[in-house]
Design a protein around this ligand. Structure first.
Ligand code: GLN
Length: 482
């Protein structure tokens, strides 16, 4: 069962070969065995999980099952889930029990999925290695000396180690794709606005997007079918007809035009990653695709633009954590100002404080035009590059990250080195485009390599087909670390 895909698990449940309670227990036992080492979950609550599993078994018995009914999945700890502790990886929210469900959670509940727990993440989703989590770093199950990536590192580690059947993540600058790549799983960041941000703790609202993380593209399609949908409570949620993201999976790739941005294969890309990506492109040639040279000339500005805009939005979003409206409150203080000061000083970690300071600075009088406004203008140019590129190709491919997983502490002292690990993913968020990562081999240190697939707006179904056809022809996605 652990190695089955979601469709197989769903059909075993519907045929009553296994009950949701039994399956949930199986995963809870696995979590009890491996989580002490991997630290992929911050919160596990078997009572809540088993209650959901019992309800799912009733849905199954009454013949009202949907594709995900009874399937145990893991939720990133950025989603508010009623009755569940929801920390966002921060001391600030260490004891916060969410009083309501995020829309994504509500949709999974309606589909009858079972939540196994809340996965570990970088604090407020700021990070690329999971080292900024207040609850300690997550380990990469392929080799525990290495980071799992971030910020959805707990989700990626849990999926790779089979501590859940699938998981949710969020991606502001690469946080679904980068950890998926580093842990050898599949992950998809949808077009901005496809999944509601309601109840998803905000980092940078114009970039944040929820998406699925799983063992295969076919699984991602089933999850996205459940997660996507218009929600009036998110003002940027898109009003579109419901679509079946699995509808194109079985179509051939003959004639598919794959654009290779030359900027993604320049200095900074490690040799072993380049080789694995090149081998994947050869596989695509065999499947009938043609490779087209393209250019994204402004993409080298994506990291600096992101590190103006994302902190600017974060500094505003995180102002609500003041020890009054939300979050940790210091024990002793002289007056109101000191209460705010001490609560925030104690509640936030170093990376979050760094972002708040940068964000406050670039939004301040005198610097707003020089930094914030300038960055917004370049953001527009970065998006335009993609629009131009998609006139020549159907999808864009390249590496997800410049290297495979790195060791703990390796980039800790140098935030810029850490920020550069998202160099190929960030432009996609700035443009609001969908992007995904699928495993395509192993690097020099025997750690997984991710292949990034970028699509035009609302091309998720096509991207999933492109990924699925590759996964039919290769077996990287079915390798398991444990
Ligand atoms: N690593 C990037 C950051 O720290 C992206 C994080 C994310 O996508 N949430 O901002």
């Amino acid at each position: 069962m652990l190695n089955s895909n979601l469709q197989q698990i769903g059909s075993a449940l519907r045929k009553k070969n296994i009950s949701s309670v039994e399956l949930t227990q199986l995963y809870l036992e696995r979590i009890a065995t491996y989580n002490p080492q991997l630290n992929a979950y911050i919160t596990v609550n078997s009572e809540l999980s088993l209650a959901q599993a019992r309800a799912a078994d009733e849905m199954l018995a009454s013949g009202q099952a949907q594709p995900l009914t009874g399937i145990p999945i893991a939720q990133k700890d950025i989603f508010c889930a009623k009755g569940w502790r929801t920390t966002c990886g921060s001391k600030m929210l260490e004891n916060f029990i969410a009083p309501y469900d995020a829309y994504v959670i509500e949709l999974f509940n309606r589909a009858g999925a079972v939540s196994l727990g809340k996965t570990n993440m970088d604090e407020f989703a700021m990070g690329s290695s999971n080292e900024t989590s207040y609850f300690g770093p997550v380990k990469n199950p392929w080799n525990q000396e290495y980071v799992p990536g971030g910020s959805s590192g707990g989700a990626a580690s849990a999926v790779a180690a089979r501590l859940c059947a699938a998981a949710t993540g969020t991606d502001t600058g690469g946080s679904i794709r980068q950890p998926a790549g580093l842990c050898g799983i599949s992950g998809l960041k949808p077009t901005y606005g496809v999944c509601s941000r309601y109840g998803m703790i905000a980092f940078a609202s114009s970039l944040d997007q929820a998406g699925p993380m799983a063992r295969s593209a076919a699984d991602l399609a089933l999850l996205l079918n459940a997660m996507a949908g218009y929600d009036a409570r998110d003002s940027t949620s898109l009003q579109r007809d419901k679509e079946d993201y699995a509808r194109e999976l079985d179509k051939p790739l003959q004639g598919l035009r794959i654009g290779l941005p030359r900027e993604f294969f320049a200095a900074g890309l490690s040799e072993d990653v380049a080789q694995a990506v090149e081998a994947a492109l050869n596989e695509y040639r065999k499947l009938g695709a043609v490779i087209v040279d393209i250019s994204l000339p402004n993409s080298q500005l994506a990291v600096p633009v992101y590190y103006v805009l994302a902190p600017a939005e974060a500094s505003s979003n995180l102002s609500r954590f003041d020890g009054v409206r939300y979050g940790h409150r210091a024990a002793d203080y002289k007056d109101l100002a000191q209460m705010y000061e001490k609560s925030r000083a104690e509640g936030f970690g170093a990376e979050v404080k760094r972002r708040i300071m940068i964000g406050t600075y670039v939004l301040s009088h005198g610097y707003y035009d020089a930094y914030y406004l300038q960055a917004q203008k370049i953001r527009r140019l970065i998006a335009q590059d993609f629009t131009d590129a998609f006139k020549q190709c159907d999808v864009i491919m390249g590496p997800t990250s410049p290297s495979t997983a790195f060791k703990f502490g390796e980039k800790g002292d140098d935030p810029v080195q850490m920020y550069l690990s998202d160099i190929y993913t960030i432009a996609v968020n700035l443009a609001g485009l969908p992007g995904m990562s699928i495993p395509c081999g192993f690097g020099a240190n025997a750690m997984p390599v991710g292949l990034q697939i970028i699509g035009n707006y609302f091309e998720e179904a096509r991207m999933l087909k492109v990924a699925h056809q590759y996964q039919l022809a290769t077996d990287w996605h079915s390798r398991a670390p444990l």
